[in-house]
Design a protein around this ligand. Structure first.
Ligand code: AMP
Ligand code: GLY
Length: 474
């Protein structure tokens, strides 16, 4: 059967390095749709058609934005989210299954006859949730384990870029702390240390002095500050320049770029404080010029998709290109195998296409047929966090004012960390809400977003006040 033949092109581990790739079938990966639906020339009908039941896996602001787009789709009747949050629960039925409970998720999808599952989060993707769904004949959006390694292993992605001449910072990989320490003695400072595996976006240390760098190697490789992610490490040249996030849809061979965005990773105004999951975003980035776009189309985007296919790891899903615009041209800082959070909150509300049409085209390998379009406007997202994030913070604070968003066109309040408690919506995480607004241009969108941050109240509410400051420098 088709599923049977697919089994042999999957590899069993997500940890492979460039040296031990399994050279699988690099041809267009074929997928089996739901039930008896096979890949066929019958385009729309081959898909789930209409009246679809969709399952979203994840529980953050990104998944809320995905759920919101699904709710807008004329093709979707019912949305489930596992595990979801209080905001997602207003447009979807939340089910108490964790994102890493693959067998339970697949069993739920079978039981409810889900037509299409969207995996929002990185951990289940890197862990192979897509493979589990496919083995059950379920239609699912996201890369398989052997492709999600693009995000799951920094050593893998760096080796891939080197092998296929994709511009990135110079680097060396290490799996031995002594060798890493010896390397540092002759290296130029500042220098960047990266734990190899997933570390919630926190496994990157920028070190200004040799002493700091040595302490960093110790933290990552010996003290295992980021857990097993630190078994291997990348030491990388320090680059300077503006950062841009570019999300894309990929079907294994074709790639379509979404509107650009910029994140604000540090906790405090002026890009001070610790790295976080992201304190706010704006889209599009005025620094993502036509020249940058042309350069990346030539040297980065298709090159990455082709490289993955050539390695027998065809990528289906979203590739997030973290780019740095250096003096020597754009370079790839990192890849993610999913939408950014909070990038999705500013990019998806501006997408004109039906999200299911686009995602299904990815899974079916016919993304070339999609004319991906974005509104000619802008959006800004300001994250409302719990004071103390990302270190320590309190939860369970009642949130008021949320209903205001239902009445205002072009304003969104995506929930990141919220829960229901005694009939009230309360804070339940570091990042609590992503207050997002559109505007005719970036300045208007920013003013709107900050105005809307005042609509919501909870104790210990914390936000940055300079999201989108860079807009003024464009
Ligand atoms: P990453 O998780 O690889 O995107 O790294 C997190 C953040 O660290 C990036 O968004 C950059 O701000 C910074 N960073 C990562 N690599 C470098 C580098 N080679 N040079 C300068 N900054 C970097
Ligand atoms: N906002 C950065 C990320 O999603 O990785």
């Amino acid at each position: 059967s088709l599923v049977g033949s697919e089994m042999c092109i999957r590899d069993s581990d997500g940890t492979g390095r460039m040296g031990d790739f399994t050279e699988g079938d690099s041809s267009d990966r074929k997928r089996k749709g739901n039930g008896e639906r096979q890949k066929s020339s019958c385009r729309r009908i081959d898909t789930g058609g209409n009246n679809m039941k969709v399952l979203i896996v994840g529980s953050g602001g990104r998944e809320h934005a995905i759920a919101y787009s699904c709710a807008k789709s004329a093709r979707v009747d019912k949305i489930y989210c596992a595990p979801g949050n209080a905001g997602i629960g207003q447009i979807a039925e939340c089910v108490p299954i964790g994102a890493m409970e693959f067998e339970k998720l697949a069993a739920f999808a079978k039981e409810k006859e889900i037509d299409f599952t969207i995996i929002g989060m990185d951990d289940p993707l890197v862990g192979g949730v897509v493979d589990v769904f496919e083995a059950e004949g379920l239609k699912v959006f996201g890369p398989r384990k052997n492709a999600a390694i693009l995000e799951g292993s920094k050593a893998f992605s760096k080796d891939l870029m080197k092998k296929y001449n994709i511009p990135t910072a110079g680097y060396e990989n290490f799996d031995d702390a002594d060798k890493a320490l010896a390397y540092l003695e002759t290296a130029k400072m500042p220098i960047v240390l990266k734990a190899d595996g997933l570390a919630l976006g926190k496994g990157v240390l920028i070190c200004n002095t040799l002493e700091e760098a040595k302490a960093g190697v110790k933290e990552i490789m010996l003290d295992k500050k980021f857990g097993d992610a630190g078994n291997h490490m990348v030491i990388e040249e320090f680059m300077t320049g503006r950062e841009v996030s570019v999300l894309s849809f990929v079907d294994g061979k074709t790639i379509k770029i979404m509107s650009s965005a910029q994140d604000h990773k540090r906790a405090q105004d002026g890009d001070k404080g610790l790295n976080t999951g992201g304190m706010g975003t704006f889209s599009p980035s005025p620094f993502y010029t036509k020249e940058v776009d042309e350069f990346c189309k030539k040297y980065v985007y298709q090159a990455t998709v082709d490289a993955m296919a050539a390695e027998g790891r065809p990528f289906v899903g979203v590739i997030f290109f973290g780019l740095m615009l250096t003096e020597d041209g754009p370079k790839v800082l990192e890849y993610n195998a999913r939408f950014g959070d909070p990038e999705a909150q500013v990019v998806l509300p501006r997408m004109k296409n039906d999200i299911i049409d686009v995602m299904e085209a990815c899974v079916d390998g016919r993304l070339d047929e999609i004319d991906l379009q974005f509104e000619d406007n802008a959006a800004v997202c300001v994250v409302l966090a719990s004071d103390g994030y990302p270190v320590s913070y309190e939860k369970g604070k009642e949130i008021s004012g949320l209903e205001r968003f239902e009445k205002e066109e072009g304003y969104y309040c995506f929930h990141a960390g919220t829960a229901w408690k005694d009939g009230k919506i309360v804070t339940n995480g570091g990042r609590v809400l992503g207050v997002t607004a559109k505007g005719a241009d970036l300045k208007e969108a920013r003013a709107n977003a900050y105005k809307a941050t005042e609509w919501v109240e909870f104790s210990n509410k914390y936000m940055r006040h300079d999201i989108g400051k860079a807009i003024d420098e464009a």
